[in-house]
Write a protein that binds this ligand. Structure first.
Ligand code: CA
Length: 445
């Protein structure tokens, strides 16, 4: 994407998405990631499912690890499901492919930033075409971050900007004659939301004091080098690659901003789930097993080897292994920290099981959409947000799958709320009173 397109997508989200939609429709998903290796596990034939296969999209970041591991280690196959994974060239390509569905040469679902599944369901990302989807599980928590370019090392950017970098963004603008540029891979979803939360908590207005851009992940390494952008909000391995390749430094991890926060989710078209409820449970059983496997320290090396291979991410294995183990060079002084509890979490956490699709957590992305007025006409009130969330997030299939796969009952949540959530800046999100959360935020639209 040229700088022109990039700037265009920053100033005109709807026009840009229309252009991308036009460019991507009819573009078949890349199936190079499909399980075609000689060691591909044999799919159990007698599972009694309505269908034997599902086509899922993924983006090669750590969030997709449970899907890749589920395929490579045979966790889906043992429950009778052949999961066909196809690498998506971008989030907009994933969106367009799920609109097509597998019958149209696209995908049935896959890995999503939120609130993409909710907004695809409402037609808000798809030119009004509503494609109802179901959020089935959280794929991963944490493991994301904000990388900063070497050019702003003197800014000493950290999770807590008020403490580390007072006045930095104003000084930058005076010195450079333009605003600080920060990028993400897709607007109005996780990475946009994280960088906005981070800036606003530091007293920086993301709509006024900086310039936010949409940039495809692979272009960020170059962008950091050439000064197209000063910061980038994304999932590992990208922030770690930026610091590993000495192109910049890791200013903050999302785990610092909100421990055990909701990150990306597995969501599938509702027509597929309605037609194939047993297969949906089988999909979740394989996913749960993959997530439990991934969380074991002894499996991190093997996981890094699987993910790093040419067939999947084509990223150096040591970089992946470090990020899987929560090892980061953090801050402008590249201080090495090794804390698995601050790295990507796939199964367990201090806040209980990660994989469970708590409605209280999927709702937060819609509350944040209200805060920034992301989707006018679709998410204008908390009542609308809650109604959409109730339609899209489904917890019962997860519980059934967990029970059937032998998860101890103490690890199977019985309610839809994880309870009060506390951010690093002391802000509280109480799902029982989201209005109080919105009222407490000083910077919003
Ligand atoms: Ca992410």
């Amino acid at each position: 994407m040229t700088l022109f397109r990039r700037r265009l997508s920053a100033v005109s989200g709807s026009l840009a998405s229309l252009m991308l939609l036009t460019a991507c429709l009819g573009n078949p998903p890349d199936r190079t990631g499909t399980g075609s290796s000689l060691s591909a596990p044999v799919v159990r034939a007698d599972a009694g499912l309505e269908t034997k296969s599902i086509s899922l999209g993924f983006v090669p970041i750590l969030e997709a690890a449970p899907l890749v591991v589920g395929v490579e280690k045979g966790f889906f196959a043992r429950h009778g499901l052949d999961v066909k994974l196809s690498k998506q060239s971008s989030w907009s390509a994933a969106r367009d492919n799920v609109v097509l569905g597998s019958a149209g040469g696209g995908i049935d679902g896959g890995q999503w930033q939120l609130p993409m599944p909710q907004m695809i369901s409402e037609g808000a990302l798809t030119n009004g075409k509503k494609v109802p989807m179901v959020i089935l599980a959280m794929l991963m928590s944490q493991g994301n971050g904000i990388a900063a370019a070497n050019g702003v090392r003197d800014g000493n950017l950290s999770a807590d900007l008020k403490a580390s970098s007072p006045g930095f963004f104003t000084t930058f603008q005076k010195k450079e004659g333009r605003r600080f540029r920060a990028a993400y891979t897709f607007p109005k979803a996780n990475q946009d939301i994280w960088i906005r939360y981070w800036l606003a908590a530091g007293g920086v207005n993301p709509d006024r004091d900086v310039e936010l851009l949409t940039v495809p992940a692979p272009e960020t390494l170059q962008g950091m080098k050439t000064g197209t952008m000063e910061a980038f909000s994304t999932g590992d391995p990208w922030p770690s690659r930026i610091s590993n390749d000495k192109l910049g430094y890791l200013a903050a991890t999302t785990a610092q901003i909100w421990k055990a926060h909701p990150e990306e989710y597995l969501a599938v078209r509702k027509d597929w789930v309605d037609a194939n409820p047993k297969a949906a449970v089988a999909l979740l059983k394989g996913l749960i097993e993959a997530q439990r496997w991934l969380d074991q320290p002894d499996n991190k090396t093997e996981a890094a080897k699987i993910l790093g291979s040419r067939k999947w991410y084509n990223v150096p294995v040591p970089v992946l292994e470090k990020s899987l183990r929560g090892e980061y060079a953090l801050g402008s002084k590249d201080q090495v920290v090794k804390d698995p509890r601050m790295g990507p979490l796939y199964w367990s956490s201090d806040r209980g099981v990660i994989s469970y699709p708590y409605k209280s957590l999927t709702l937060w992305f819609l509350v944040e959409s209200l805060r920034w007025k992301f989707y006018p006409g679709v998410v204008d009130s908390l009542a609308q947000a809650q109604a959409i969330n109730d339609r899209v997030t489904r917890e019962d299939l997860w519980r059934q799958a967990a029970k059937e796969v032998g998860v101890p009952s103490k690890d199977i949540p019985t309610g839809s709320s994880r309870g009060r959530e506390v951010f690093f800046d002391g802000v509280v999100y109480d799902p029982a009173d989201p209005q109080a959360y919105l009222n407490s935020l000083k910077i919003k639209r």
